[in-house]
Write a protein that binds this ligand. Structure first.
Ligand code: ASP
Length: 319
């Protein structure tokens, strides 16, 4: 059995207000990821680790998600990106923090994982390592989109707290598009699972801020039983060791859905509403969230489901 699940970030309060004019593009991207990478995973051309890498790379290339091109801007108006990846079978992991000059942070994290040591690299050294290992180099300004610049200008004008315009933003659709971190979890035909997560963080984040996304055990985790990728206000996922907490509660006998609920109720009181995707080596998959929405999709047995608000999207009506 093979499974691929992806997310494109969680956020927002209140009632679901329906799809916006930009959502078809995001749905198209998620559908493409699930179809092409799901099939390659099922046919055994790629394993779980490569599937999550390629899934996240493709979403990093979609400017409407908050990773790679289209990442949100920090307090200085610059894109700084974080990513991490973990392989369940051997616990190998790789992570980059605060990269600015590469197109695919998740490929850089994958290169670190494959090299074996160290696990994390930061800033200029991480960019240099990635470029030396064949990750595509880009100008920092190439990563900045008009939409994110407008969002940052609004954040600046309002003198808002970091991330405020991510949830209250008249510039972008859904009023919360600073969210949009991307992630993937997969189960391959060998029974191995892997997880990957990539983000630009939060609009206006302080220079040097590190969220949960590049921290193994906070935003990303995989072991021989389960793979997990989280999204939401990162500090709460760091403080709860979110992804690892979910794995531990699941692996000690709690059902997958209950283990996800346990994580989401642990982050909520400390300001960490969000969502999570998880896949188990037994072939279970979960994509819960406690926000207004979470971009998410699952490929299982060749069947694709995609959702944004509470219900799945009717893909037949999409085009
Ligand atoms: N967790 C990410 C961070 O705190 C943001 C997100 O998932 O939306 O950097």
């Amino acid at each position: 059995m093979t499974i691929l699940a992806i997310h494109g970030g969680a956020g927002g309060d209140g009632e679901w207000r329906g799809l916006t004019s930009l959502d078809p593009e995001r749905i198209h991207c998620m559908n493409h990821v699930l179809t092409s990478i799901g099939e390659a995973l099922e046919s055994g051309i790629i394993d779980a680790l490569e599937a999550v890498t390629q899934a996240v790379e493709t979403m990093e290339d979609e400017p409407l998600f908050n990773a790679g091109i289209g990442s949100v801007l920090d307090e200085n108006g610059t894109v700084t990106m974080d990513a991490s990846i973990m392989n369940g079978a051997d616990g190998a992991a790789g992570s980059v923090v605060n990269v600015r000059r590469i197109r695919h942070p998740i490929r850089a994290a994958n290169c670190i994982l494959k090299q074996g040591w160290p696990v994390m690299l930061n800033s200029e050294a991480a960019d240099e390592f990635a470029i030396r290992n064949g990750v595509e180099e880009v100008e920092p300004t190439w990563l900045v989109t008009e939409l994110r610049t407008k969002q940052w200008n609004l954040w600046k004008e309002k003198n808002a707290r970091p991330g405020a315009t991510d949830e209250d933003d008249s510039v972008l659709d859904h009023d919360l598009e600073g969210m949009g971190t991307v992630g993937a979890v997969a189960l391959d035909s060998e029974g191995n699972v892997a997880a990957a997560t990539s983000t630009g963080g939060m609009t206006g984040k302080p220079n040097g801020r590190i969220g949960d996304t590049p921290i193994i055990g906070a935003g990303t985790w995989a072991d021989e039983h389960i793979a997990v990728s989280c999204t939401g206000v990162g500090e709460a996922f760091i403080r709860t060791c979110g992804a690892h907490r979910l794995a531990t509660t699941h692996n000690s006998g709690l059902g997958l859905d209950k283990a996800c609920d346990d994580l989401l109720s642990a982050v909520e009181p400390i300001g960490g509403r969000g969502g999570v995707i998880a896949v188990t080596a037994r072939g279970e998959v979960a994509t819960p969230f406690q926000t207004m929405l979470m971009y998410r999709g699952v490929w299982k047995h060749g069947k694709i489901t995609i959702g944004i608000g509470p219900n799945d999207v009717d893909l037949d009506s999409m085009d």
